[in-house]
Ligand binder design. Structure first.
Ligand SMILES: N=C(N)NCCCC[C@H](N)C(=O)O
Ligand SMILES: O=C(O)CCC(=O)C(=O)O
Ligand SMILES: [Fe+2]
Length: 328
């Protein structure tokens, strides 16, 4: 459960990555220290920064740079990859098209999802069926994003091995039927800057209203220099997650809250870009298998008094219910 945290901790995960595929990883002192820090961060804030993650800085920067270039294009250009129900909700959405708690968000975005082939998950998967729509410029866009997604998927799987140990489970708790065939979501998001020339100071428009993420673990790659992401602590204060170059901001999603039987919570967060500059964020969401039924892990149930605090949820149903109500 979230506490009255005042800042979000930074964790150097390199010792975990070094031993991640070692069957004896749990006995390694370096791994144990990372696991202790992950456990503390997940209990106290549901948010943490990771450094020492091994993803090259050059690709982290390049995905943001191509995102800026895309959002600078004329509106008609962006509409060439417009998101609709017919595209499986993949593609470009204009500013105000995404709605959070009934209020249009001041952001535009390209939504991407792992490919869902026709009939793959029966009726459940139908709304998400389709392939991603990528801009045709720059020409290396698709290749770049696919490479980035594969790096994020690999990193997330490794962080989840650490989180599995932190919950008192075996490292592969989130593999196999649970998340061995992990679904993923990527949102390339642009938040316009706040005009400051009207004499009334910044507008304080909500870039993205308060929400929780849907799956297991989110990796946020945000523009340097602009502080806009805010995380809610127990007493309702909004704690900023300023950019720390070379890190990802990580947070827990709704499925991990259920698996952990509430030991970890999916913390509310929002985005307000008060800076005059346009802000880009590339958010990668590591999820469970699309059609898996999620329920509290036995070990977490035991550690929280023996009763299940949440019923079962099917990740794909949760995602589809959000996607079908998220847009104007
Ligand atoms: N896949 C994720 N997490 N997307 C985050 C978007 C959150 C805003 C959305 N309108 C909502 O209300 O959920
Ligand atoms: O822009 C950000 O920093 C975070 C975006 C976010 O929370 C989301 O897309 O789920
Ligand atoms: Fe989020």
């Amino acid at each position: 459960m979230a506490t009255n945290f005042k800042f979000i901790p930074v964790i150097d995960i390199s010792p975990l990555l070094a031993k991640c595929n070692d069957p004896k990883m749990a006995e390694d002192p370096g791994v144990s220290e990372v696991v202790r820090q992950l456990d503390q961060a997940c209990r106290e804030a549901g948010f943490f920064y990771v450094k020492g993650h091994g993803i090259p800085d050059s690709i982290i920067k390049e995905v943001k740079s191509v995102a800026h270039k895309f959002f600078e294009l004329p509106y008609e250009e962006k509409l060439k990859i417009k998101m609709t129900a017919a595209t499986g909700f993949r593609g470009y959405q204009r500013i105000g098209e995404n709605i959070t708690k009934g209020v249009p968000d001041m952001h535009e975005a390209i939504d991407c999802y792992r490919e869902v082939k026709e009939g793959m998950y029966g009726e459940l998967g139908k709304p998400m069926e389709g392939r991603n729509q990528w801009p045709s410029n720059p020409p290396n866009y698709t290749e770049l994003m696919e490479e980035y997604i594969s790096l994020c998927t690999d990193l997330s799987r490794k962080i989840m091995r650490g989180i599995a140990l932190a919950l008192g489970g075996s490292p592969d708790e989130f593999e196999g039927d649970r998340a061995g065939d992990a679904f993923w979501v990527m949102r390339i998001i642009g938040y316009p800057g706040a005009p400051t020339s009207n004499g009334h100071g910044p507008r304080n428009d909500i870039g993205c209203g308060a929400h929780t993420d849907y799956g297991l673990l989110t990796l946020v790659n945000q523009d340097d220099e602009i502080t806009a992401l805010q995380v809610r602590n127990l007493s309702g204060e909004w704690i900023s997650a300023p950019p720390i170059p070379g890190t990802f901001v990580c947070n827990i999603g709704d499925m991990l809250k259920i698996y952990s039987n509430g030991l970890y919570d999916s913390t509310l967060h929002q985005v307000i870009n008060n800076a005059p500059k346009y802000r880009v964020c590339v958010a990668y969401f590591y999820e469970t298998n699309f059609d898996t039924a999620v329920e509290p892990l036995e070990i977490c149930k035991q550690r929280t008094g023996g009763a299940k605090k949440f019923g079962r949820a099917v990740y794909g149903e949760h995602l589809v219910s959000k996607v079908l109500t998220n847009f104007n």
